[in-house]
Design a binder for this molecule. Structure first.
Ligand SMILES: CC(C)(COP(=O)(O)OP(=O)(O)OC[C@H]1O[C@@H](n2cnc3c(N)ncnc32)[C@H](O)[C@@H]1OP(=O)(O)O)[C@@H](O)C(=O)NCCC(=O)NCCS
Length: 229
């Protein structure tokens, strides 16, 4: 199996630094903020997501989520991240590069959610750009796919604004909010124009994030990274 993993699997504990946002894997200490933001955003999110289980926001379900994520990252299957605001560390939302397929595919599926108080301010577009850099440069993906409901204008604008191409319609593609629903399919290739350049910053995000690992910076320019650690 390892022979077919043409790309280099990621260090799962990477933090990704974007423009005004940073992304890192979920940690146990995030539960209170995560549960509060998801609860506050329940009516905003649930029409667009798989049905939440009755215990979804509890600490025990969160612990199971963390264990699942750790296994997925270890096996190079999925890379779930939380999104934080750079200047104050506020939790904004989440983003996952999931369903990683290696071999001749080298493809992953992008999923995301934004806390309602932070929606419409451009944070997700910045987080997606950072995740694209991580996916193409670090996970060595060839293709990143995304799917959204045909009437999800925000999601369509987000994907088109971050360089995804609309590829088609998949009938009854996912069971969202309890109903099998048609989805628009989008994808970006590593070879698409304006693919994000890559820079690995020497500076970690900082102790506050509990990380001392190298940081993937995105988007990038020619000048050296000057953001404070
Ligand atoms: C979809 C979602 C993740 C986008 O996150 P966000 O932080 O609001 O997105 P951004 O602020 O970065 O905006 C992205 C694009 O959406 C547009 N947008 C934002 N709010 C919008 C609205 N109410 N109606 C139409 N477009 C909207 C922005 O203008 C931007 O497009 P532009 O670059 O062409 O101007 C977020 O709104 C969300 O979580 N929605 C509910 C759950 C959901 O839809 N999940 C995704 C399932 S596929």
């Amino acid at each position: 199996m390892a022979l077919f993993r043409l790309g280099t699997p990621a260090e799962p504990k990477h933090a990704i630094r974007g423009d005004d946002v940073f992304l890192r894997p979920l940690e146990a200490r995030d539960h209170p903020a995560w549960a509060a933001l998801r609860e506050q955003s329940r009516d905003f999110l649930t029409p667009w997501e798989p049905t939440w289980s009755a215990d979804d926001l509890t600490r025990s379900a969160y612990r199971r989520r963390l264990r699942r994520h750790a296994g997925e990252m270890e096996r190079d299957e999925a890379y779930p991240f939380l999104i934080f605001r750079q200047n104050d560390g506020a939790l904004l939302g989440g983003l996952t590069l999931g369903h990683v397929r290696r071999g001749v595919s080298q493809t992953a599926t992008l999923g995301y959610w934004m806390g309602q108080p932070f929606a419409g301010r451009g944070y997700m577009a910045r987080a997606v750009r950072a995740a694209l850099t991580y996916g193409f440069a670090h996970l060595r993906l060839h293709r990143i796919e995304a799917a959204c409901l045909t009437h999800n204008e925000r999601s369509i604008r987000l994907l088109e604004g971050t360089g995804f191409h609309r590829e088609g319609l998949a009938r009854a593609y996912l069971r969202i909010n309890g109903t099998w629903q048609d989805h628009l399919l989008f994808a970006r290739l590593d070879s698409d124009p304006a693919a994000p350049a890559v820079r690995v910053c020497p500076s970690p995000i900082g102790d506050e994030a509990g990380l001392s690992l190298q940081t993937i910076c995105a988007p990038t320019g020619d000048e050296p990274c000057s953001r404070p650690a």
